[in-house]
Design a protein around this ligand. Structure first.
Ligand code: NAD
Length: 259
């Protein structure tokens, strides 16, 4: 695995679920990680849990839908560690209350989902890219979803946000390739986290559903997403940009006619 010794990494939504696994994986590889999350309790917990790793995890409370909070994250990286090398845009929401046909979804819910899941990546790039340019390059990894490629009923805002995130990934890749900044995405299948458990109606239902639908016969673990993120952020992926990697137990390989 890559060596991130001394690299400076922002992980949004980094205190729980997939983001927590990503934050800890970078710290194990020697990185200084700024874990940005709205949940201060989970943020303090990950700071404690990262003690003794090769690198560090520092928590900063942030709502990544807000420009000021994103600017503050980048400022912290510059003040504490003199720059920024990697941004992982992982924060995402899919409230159980938003599982509605489009005409019944409250406009505020649409706006919030789009702001957290999509606009946040524009904001972290807006403030973070100038710092990456000063370092001579960097990497951005966006956690999108298989739902950015194919969808289901009653998830209009989430599906639009993830499809948009895949296109924003390509856009940013083109804009900053000449600056040595690579931009890629990871599309998780069903991963055992709070978000997915809430959406499935409990852990048992999630596991049963994932076993039935995912060709590998199970749900994924957050660490399996972290492995892909570290690869894409590393020098081992030095000729990969504007691309997505599905980490989905084979879900996107399966045609609807298989059943
Ligand atoms: N779990 C899955 O099955 C799955 C599948 C596909 C894609 N994803 C994507 O993976 C990412 C992580 O999801 P997860 O399953 O770990 O979710 P999670 O709910 O377990 O964790 C999300 C984290 O983001 C934080 N967060 C939420 N809104 C935020 C905001 N505005 N600013 C900062 N932090 C915020 C939460 O506090 C939490 O710590 C999301 O983008 C999600 O859409 C998850």
């Amino acid at each position: 695995m890559a060596d991130f010794e001394g690299k400076v990494v922002i992980v949004t939504g980094g205190a729980k679920g997939i983001g927590r696994a990503i934050s800890l994986a970078f710290a194990r590889e020697g990185a200084n990680v700024l874990c940005a999350d709205m949940d201060a309790q989970a943020g303090q917990q990950i700071e404690r849990d990262s003690a003794g790793l090769a690198g560090t995890v520092a928590f900063q409370r942030a709502d990544v839908a807000r420009a000021n909070d994103c600017q503050a994250l980048v400022n912290t990286c510059v003040d504490r560690w003199s720059g920024l090398d990697v941004i992982v845009n992982n924060a995402g929401i899919q409230p159980a209350s938003s599982y509605l046909p489009a005409h019944e979804l409250p406009e505020e819910d649409w706006d919030r989902i789009l702001d957290v899941n999509l606009k946040s990546t524009f904001l972290t790039a807006k403030y973070g890219v100038p710092q990456m340019k000063q370092r001579g390059g960097g990497a951005i990894v966006n956690i999108a979803s298989v739902q950015g490629l194919q969808s289901a009923k009653a998830v209009s805002a989430y599906a639009a946000s993830k499809g948009g995130l895949l296109n924003l990934t390509r856009q940013l890749a083109l804009e900053y390739a000449a600056d040595g900044i690579r931009v890629n995405a990871v599309n998780p299948g069903t991963i055992e986290t709070e978000l997915a458990i809430a959406g499935s109606g409990g852990l048992e239902a999630l596991r049963e559903g994932a076993a039935r639908t995912h060709p590998l016969g199970r749900a994924g673990q957050p660490e399996e997403i972290a492995n892909a993120v570290l690869f894409l952020a590393s020098e081992k992926a030095s000729f990969i940009t504007g691309e997505y990697l599905c980490v989905d137990g084979g879900l996107m390989a399966k045609g609807a006619w298989q059943e």
